[in-house]
Design a protein. Structure first.
Ligand SMILES: [Zn+2]
Length: 224
């Protein structure tokens, strides 16, 4: 399960126009955008209080009962800090600026849930826990990769040219570009990790009934 929350912080830095013409001031700006996409990996928390049935209901999806002995829930949090650094000609309202964008990514909550029924087999419980922790590792590594890739792509594009236009719309246009283009791009990059999650689950499906001396059918009988 993956869902997203966005927090947006905005600040506009705009230097007052001096005596020099706007073009001269614009050319004097250091020629670069600043783009940073930072991911802080999280440690997973464990909840083993729910029944397999409750886990299955919460997952809201069909599937073999053994798939709901363990669940990993991850929500990617995104905090965006956008600034513009440049000059405005107060007479004409024209402005030039370089964008300074920081996107902080974190995963919260990152929760591993193990079905209560696993109490009946420490071996199977450890096996399922290990499987869920591999999902956690895939999630953290995938978000890290996505952050690095997004940073490269945004930096390449935002460095192509200085922003130039009406001072009242520069920030709005930049916000729109981030919301409509780059945050969906982030979703796509994060979704590239889905193949690894699917491959892990396919492997689990092949071995689930043979691990721990084939204890799984006994555990499944205890699920109501
Ligand atoms: Zn799995």
């Amino acid at each position: 399960m993956r869902s997203y929350a966005i927090a947006v912080a905005l600040a506009l830095l705009s230097g007052a126009s001096g005596a020099a013409p706007l073009e001269v001031l614009c050319n004097s700006l250091p020629p670069a955008a600043e783009v940073r996409v930072l991911f802080a990996p999280s440690a997973a928390q464990l909840d083993d209080s729910k029944s397999a049935r409750d886990l299955r209901l919460a997952a809201d999806e069909e599937g073999a009962a053994f798939r709901h002995l363990g669940v990993t829930r991850a929500t990617l949090q995104r905090e965006l800090d956008i600034r513009l650094e440049g000059y405005t000609d107060e007479r004409t309202g024209r402005a030039c600026a370089w964008p300074k964008v920081q996107l902080h990514l974190s995963v919260s909550p990152l929760l591993v849930e193990l079905a209560r029924e696993l109490e009946g087999s420490p071996c199977l419980r450890a096996h399922v826990f290990n499987h869920e922790m591999q999902h956690v590792a895939i999630y953290n590594a995938g978000a890290q990769r996505a952050a690095a890739q997004l940073e490269r792509e945004m930096r390449a594009e935002l460095n192509q040219h200085q922003l130039d236009g009406d001072s009242s719309t520069l920030m709005r246009d930049l916000r729109e570009q981030l919301a409509q283009r780059w945050l969906p791009r982030l979703d796509d990059l994060v979704a590239e990790g889905n193949r690894e999650h699917d491959a892990l689950d396919a492997a689990e499906e092949r071995q689930a009934f043979s691990v721990c001396n084939g204890v799984l059918p006994q555990i499944l009988k205890t699920i109501r």
